[in-house]
Design a binder for this molecule. Sequence first.
Ligand code: MLT
Length: 258
Amino acid sequence: MPTVQIGDLPLAYRDEGSGEPMLLVHAFPLSGAMWERQIMAFAGRRRVIAPDLRGFGATPLGAEAVSMDRYADDLAGLLDALGIGEATLVGLSMGGYIAFAFLRRHRARLAGLILADTRPQADTPEGRDGREANARLVLAQGTSVLADKMLPGLLAPGASDAVKAEVRGLIEANRPEGVAAALRAMAARPDSTDLLPTIAVPTLVLVGSEDGLTPPPVARAMADLIPGSGFAEIAGAGHLSNLEQPEAFNIALRELLR
Ligand code: MLT
């Protein structure tokens, strides 16, 4: 994978196709590889960029403190390095939390926004405690223990063994330090609800009909606060809707891009 230098960090990314740029921001605790089916579907008519966020996949954690703002600044740095002014940002789950940070810090660089399987709310106190417990668990015992714990919540009950194996493989390929840093960064993220009415680019909210982590009513309520936004439920998908039902996800995405 190519890398660009963000400070002292070599940020790894995929960059396929040509046309209007689309920046795909991955979920926790996965990597840019979760977007394989979107890269294949859209690179024929778009420039599709899919980074591994710091601490995930082929990108090292680096020395700087991790936060949603830091991830968002890394994305802006990646666009700078690639000579891209504006892009349509597609953020799934943690990728959506990062999209909110990107909106706060780099709004002028957004041409459009897809918020998939995500929520604007900050964590509850119990949620933060759970993140810290998971950070300690992953640092002590590694990523496969976290995969065991998270897989049932990430996927629809009917997910195929192939999808389960793919997601497990993506989780287990990550380094515990990167995963723990992301957990602590998500726990510290602010509430973004106030931001929603200020979104002024074409926006689509997508959610798996069986997403138990950011369920359809949460996604619908978020869409209702974003002026003129579209909303689509991906039938039969859980939280990782792009990976579980890629065709339906891509059709919905194509509609917005059109
Ligand atoms: C994700 O898919 O990115 C995570 O489930 C987000 C979270 O844990 O809040």
